[in-house]
Design a protein around this ligand. Sequence first.
Ligand code: PLP
Length: 426
Amino acid sequence: MTAHRYSLAYAQERDREDPLRKFKSRFYFPKVNGEEAIYFCGNSLGLQPKAVKEYLERDLDSWATKAVDGHFDGEEPWFSVHERSKAALAEIVGAKKHEVVAMGSLTSNLHALMVSFYQPDGKRNKILTEAGAFPSDMYALETQVKHHGLDPSEAIVEVAPRQGEHTIRTEDILQAISTHKDELACVMMAGLQYYTGQVFDMKAITKAGHEAGALVGFDLAHAVGNAPLRLHDWVVDFAAWCSYKYLNSGPGNVAGIFVHERHGDNPKLNRFAGWWGHDEKVRFKMEKGFVPMYGADGWQTSNGNVLGMATHQASLDIFKEAGMEALRQKSVQLTGFLEYLIREISGGSGVLEIITPSAEVERGCQLSLLIHKGGKTVFDEFYRNGIVGDWRNPNVIRIAPTPLYNSFEDVFRFAKILEQSLAKFT
Ligand SMILES: *Cc1c(COP(=O)(O)O)cnc(C)c1O
């Protein structure tokens, strides 16, 4: 017999049937008040896979025993360290291997890509983005525009939610692209909005952007390893992401980029180049005249951070083993369960509101809760009870149950604590 949905028995039953349940034990969990926390903050910093030490040790050993010869000797020489992650990243973002590379850090990579994909030309000089974008992205766009001698208040077009709404309608984004079709050089926005949890229709936006004569790119910081992505098929021109959120690769670790193969050797694109993007067959001739590698590799500037790549790989191998499709399937169920429980608890009371879209295709694992009463005291009570989520001013709590290391029981226990906190503080 199936237990009632709002019960611990139901949650535990779902966990028993979960084909991915074994992965939880592959991660370290932080402690709150001496007890293992329920961690819903993978949208900010993913947990450490226990295998990280072993992966790191391999490269630490090479460094200790081979030193400079580690670049060319051994099973996985550092010269091709950027090759290690390609297959896994390609699967996660829906790309071909030569379209992706792990490198640098997110905001720096965005700048490098904007140098190529934002080339204002006369009247066609605008960038379209979402209002309320992550600050780093806003600053990147502002300064890119200024770098070309333009005024951000004129050159940046922001699409905002309608009055009284929290998320942005696809039709409004497409309309804005069409309205500015003679002036748009580039569309650069989030794939999944960090504050509201909304997944944008990247396929439709890319198509509309191309019809308007613009190039289209996405910041996938919150989408990678979380939402389904088919960058190659959607003909997205470029994308960038970080690896320390859902990709569980460690604070500040190596990021990644996507460049569609139609730009694989596009000579019209400007670049700020470095030696690691130079044709590797002649890289060590150390001669003048930059000749880019084909594909995303041609955007590399520096030699790869080997220790960071090792940590990254420990996590990517888990993704490969679990499979993005299975992860997404569980994620939809887990977040659906969370949504159901929150609605049961808050009912029509008006104390809180889920601002993340309820349609599956319009969200990843995160739900953003707008707290109308009780505010931060409700959130602080969560923490006292061992729940790690995150608070965004003025009054949003983001809860991100991840399919790799969260269970249905975690979600149920959170709901119980939410119910008690609301009773206490509202
Ligand atoms: C997390 C995040 C960043 C962080 O940028 P770093 O360069 O890695 O510090 C930037 N943009 C978005 C949208 C993010 O979610």
